[in-house]
Design a protein around this ligand. Structure first.
Ligand code: DUC
Ligand code: ZN
Ligand code: ZN
Length: 468
């Protein structure tokens, strides 16, 4: 099958050009000013932007967490991602305590295999890294799993100590892996949580007040210091605050290869959301939490200055009410105790439109920077480039035809994520993924899904090659 995309404006991170694209099978084979080769499908992209498919390197599909399971599985979550213009995700597999690292990855691949509707890869959350497991890291790098997440928060659930972090960092340098860090000081946060609950403070807003930005900054600084000592790069996930950004900025200004992502929720929502009436604040309970509004401008500045390189979602939905699509009780587990509210929110479908509307249309970032943040930089940092994250001859034909003028209203009613609320409900955004191609096949066309569950491929990622 062949596809010809005509008259569009191709926007890559490094350049923007009006040209036609010829796709033979799954690959872009030609880009030229005017292509007239006959094709099975011809798409007229006049007035549209033609961008590489979105790459979301931070999702949690069917994650067992907080006494329940995130509500999107690999089918519903990746269909929703496709609707939003994302054609590749990198999800987080979890190692059980005592388990060899490849076992966790294989469990996630089995979950994904028959369901995943877009291409995917996996990081592994490492909970337990004794010496006997160290060789496992190389084995996984050879299989294309080239990044590992460690937690400095959630004691007793995910948290690892500094010695473990340091050993994993050193090992990552030898093996060509990248360590992704959840940077919050879990020990101090636990103390603050106990004190708040002891004082009878149980409402959702206390989730934010017991996870202060100072404790995100402390952990971010510590993670960077440990990575410097180990002589390896580090990638800070879901950075939410000006305080933590300062640590990354300072390290980068010294030439340290510290990288960081932020997420739309930290750019568009704020601590005020926790004060919505009743139990509504639970919708925004995630970690790190939403911050006071003034942090938003600092994060935008970080994106402009390249102190933040990636915008991902940390998509981890839980329903507000029991029974939505047959799902069990989730957010309401914490009706009387904010610390029992499952942490996470939906976002995989809305990332590109929020960042286009709130970033490009407001003049905060250029179209090219937008593409870089949502596709090219994540592809490069996570070893997917130039197969993904770029429209070029030889790259996968993962392409979004973006209508820059179409206005939509974000609503749980029209979205596809398996969750009974949307954190941006009622927000009007301009810019819409009109057609989405996954390896040359149109999987979404004007809001209709034409892809297939199970047709997404596991993508082996390249070993990390950045040297300090
Ligand atoms: N933060 C969340 O909000 N959910 C999943 C895990 C995490 O780190
Ligand atoms: Zn995290
Ligand atoms: Zn996460």
């Amino acid at each position: 099958m062949s596809v010809l995309i005509k008259n569009g404006k191709i926007v890559n991170a490094e350049s923007s050009v009006e040209a036609d694209i010829f796709i033979d099978g799954e690959t872009v084979t030609k880009i030229a000013p005017a292509i007239d080769t006959p094709a099975d499908t011809v798409i007229d992209a006049k007035g549209k932007l033609v961008i590489p498919g979105g790459i979301d390197v931070h999702t949690h599909m069917e994650l067992p967490f907080g006494g329940t399971m995130s509500s999107d599985d690999f089918a519903t979550g990746t269909v929703a991602a496709a609707h939003g213009g994302t054609t590749t995700i990198v999800d987080f597999a979890v190692q059980e305590y005592g388990e060899a690292l490849p076992v966790g990855v294989n469990r996630w691949r089995e979950k994904a295999e028959s369901k995943v509707a877009i291409d995917y890869s996996l990081h592994l959350i490492v909970r337990d890294f004794p010496q006997v497991r160290e060789a496992d890291m190389k084995e996984l790098v050879n299989e294309g799993v080239t990044s590992f997440k460690l937690f400095m928060a959630y004691p007793g659930v995910f948290m690892v100590d500094d010695a473990t972090i340091f050993r994993a960092l050193r090992r990552s340098g030898d093996d060509g892996a990248l360590i992704c860090m959840h940077a919050e000081n879990g020990g101090v946060i636990d103390e603050l949580v106990k004190k708040a609950l002891g004082d009878g403070l149980t409402a959702p807003v206390y989730h934010a007040l017991t996870r202060p930005p100072e404790m995100e900054a402390e952990a971010t600084g510590r993670a960077i210091a440990l990575s410097e000592m180990a002589g390896v790069p580090i990638y800070i996930v879901h950075l939410s605050s000006s305080h933590a950004l300062e640590k990354v900025r300072e390290a980068r200004s010294r030439g340290v290869p510290a990288y960081a992502e932020t997420c739309p929720q930290y750019l568009f929502l704020s601590e005020d959301n926790y004060r919505e009436p009743g139990f509504n604040g639970a919708k925004y309970v995630m970690s790190p939490p939403l911050r006071p509004k003034w942090h938003q401008d600092k994060l935008w500045k970080g994106l402009q200055d390249d102190d933040l390189q990636v915008v991902s979602t940390d998509h981890c939905p839980f329903c507000m009410k029991e029974g939505h699509k047959g799902l069990p009780i989730q957010k309401e587990l914490g009706l009387d105790d904010f610390s029992a509210i499952p942490n996470g929110a939906p976002g995989v479908e809305t990332r590109l439109m929020l960042l286009y509307d709130g970033g490009v249309r407001t003049g905060r970032i250029s179209e090219q920077r937008w593409v870089q943040l949502v596709s090219t930089a994540p592809a490069k940092l996570m070893g997917l480039f130039p197969k993904k994250g770029l429209i070029a001859e030889g790259s996968d034909a993962d392409i979004v035809i973006w209508d820059p003028n179409r206005e939509t209203e974000i609503s749980v009613k029209s979205m596809h994520m398996r969750c009974d609320y949307n954190p941006y409900e009622g927000r009007k955004v301009t810019g819409f993924p009109e057609k989405v191609l996954l390896r040359g096949k149109v999987v979404v066309d004007d809001g209709a899904f034409h892809g297939k569950e199970g047709s997404g491929e596991f993508v082996k990622r390249r070993a990390h090659s950045i040297k300090v």
